[in-house]
Design a protein around this ligand. Structure first.
Ligand SMILES: [Zn+2]
Length: 466
């Protein structure tokens, strides 16, 4: 895309371009001053080849051959199609107004609430949408198609929340039944995380020509009204088929990603680990703790240990290019921390406080780690292990007579991760280090030898030495 001119008031501003970045020289501005700038631009927006993973516009047709258009640009960033301050560090703090002109047979939808729909001519309509909360640039997205609307509302912890579902007209009946899950999601997430963060902008699902994306207050939905992830259970436990992955996961991002945003994409784990863990908490709220534990354990099979979850700071380094471990490994780190905390109410208070402290704000890993430690008492080395290291820790043990010896055979330096284990029928807390330690075993020794059974909710490998 090419900028044609930049105006501040009536004055044209000078600008220069370096690759995909424009440098604009405004008039002298005072700190705190509010001003406006008009940027005129043109071009042919790039098409996404594999949305939503790569970025750009999507031009498709629905099954009745009506045009169906949207965009997705989390990875490449929003400046692939409109000029903006393209950084997660800063958001338009007073929201955004999006105006879209379309042929009158189609409807245009965007984030927030519909301000106005008007006829421009006999065959052309204008739709103007407004978001009033701060919003990530990559979440600002238009949808154009032959849509029907389903209206509903939810009585949530902050009052009445408008629910609007925009679906392809021929899917309306299917959607009415399937989207009943949204209220279950809100019920679970408001319990664990506090109020839905965008009451004044409403909650929307918009059927999209791709799988899905967390577009704030206008979530892209493309899971084809199936349960699980395109009809599959990512956990292999069976519990992932009890709900629609896209509804639960992308809505989880309204709290973690859209309300709480990482300043730097290197800290993507703040978005994805908590959102992946939101799937576990949704499962727990509606199907019980056992199902949640099994789901969390099941998603470990997706972990590849190919790179660290945190990327390099300051250079727009998206660690998801190397690994997706910030999803499932991150969720399992949080589940491990919950075992260390050993107090579910405190753990929930941590989640609620996180959503209060960083509400509609940008943050970073250090701030989030400090908050988690404050509530759960977890040692900073645990974050080094799971977020900055690649492997998970391994506990090694051996038994000699009445003594059990144990140590970390693999861990980051100085890992302090207390483990609850059942040794010869008795529960004990071990605090392994890199050197062998031992504890005494009491009672009659069985002929088959002593066993150590670690609570399986810790994401830790266990090895018995010969
Ligand atoms: Zn996600």
């Amino acid at each position: 895309m090419v900028i044609d001119s930049v105006l501040m008031g009536n004055k044209r501003l000078d600008y220069s371009r370096e690759e995909n970045i424009y440098f604009i020289q405004p008039e002298k501005l005072e700190p705190g001053e509010i001003t406006s700038m008009k940027v005129y631009f043109h071009g042919s927006p790039r098409k996404a080849m594999n949305p939503p993973w790569d970025g750009g516009w999507i031009f498709k047709s629905d099954m009745q051959r009506n045009p169906w258009i949207s965009a997705a640009c989390q990875d490449i960033c929003a400046s692939c199609w409109f000029p903006c301050k393209d950084s997660q560090q800063d958001e338009p703090d007073s929201g955004t107004v999006i105006s879209i002109d379309v042929p009158d047979s189609l409807t245009a939808i965007a984030n927030g609430k519909l301000l106005q729909a008007s006829n421009l001519s006999d065959d052309c309509k204008r739709f103007i949408w407004e978001v009033r909360s701060p919003i990530n640039q990559y979440c600002i997205i238009p949808y154009i198609g032959k849509y029907s609307e389903i209206q509903d509302s939810y009585q949530g912890v902050s009052g009445k929340l408008d629910l609007n579902y925009w679906v392809l007209s021929y899917n309306k009946e299917k959607a009415e039944a399937h989207f009943g899950q949204v209220k279950k999601m809100l019920q679970a997430f408001e319990y664990w995380f506090g109020p839905y963060p965008f009451y004044r902008d409403g909650y929307k699902l918009v059927e999209a020509p791709h799988l899905g994306m967390e577009h704030q207050s206008a979530i892209a939905y493309g899971n084809e009204y199936t349960m699980g992830y395109r009809g599959k259970d990512l956990s292999g436990s069976g519990h992932g088929l009890l709900w629609d992955f896209i509804i639960v996961h992308e809505s989880g991002h309204e709290w973690f990603g859209n309300s709480i945003t990482s300043k730097d994409i290197a800290d993507l784990w703040i978005h994805e680990s908590f959102t992946s863990y939101s799937e576990v908490l949704f499962t727990e709220f509606h199907h019980g703790r056992k199902a949640a534990d099994e789901y969390c354990k099941g998603i470990r099979d997706n972990i590849d240990h190919s790179a660290a979850c945190i990327g390099e700071y300051g250079v727009n380094d998206n660690p998801a290019h190397r690994t997706s471990d910030m999803y499932w490994k991150g969720a399992n780190m949080l589940h491990t921390i919950r075992q260390i905390c050993d107090n579910d109410e405190k753990f929930r208070m941590m989640l609620l406080e996180m959503n209060r402290r960083f509400f509609h704000r940008q943050t970073d890993s250090k701030e989030v780690e400090a908050l988690i430690s404050e509530f759960t008492g977890v040692h900073p080395s645990v974050f080094n292990q799971y977020l900055r290291g690649i492997e998970i820790p391994e506990l090694e043990y051996r038994v000699k007579g009445r003594k059990l010896f144990y140590r970390w055979s693999r861990s980051v330096q100085g890992l302090q991760l207390p483990l609850k284990a059942t040794i010869h029928g008795k529960t004990r807390t071990l605090l392994p280090g890199s050197q062998w330690q031992s504890c005494k075993i009491r009672g009659k020794l069985p002929s088959e030898g002593i066993s150590l059974i670690l609570n399986p909710n810790y994401y830790v490998d266990v090895k018995k030495a010969d």
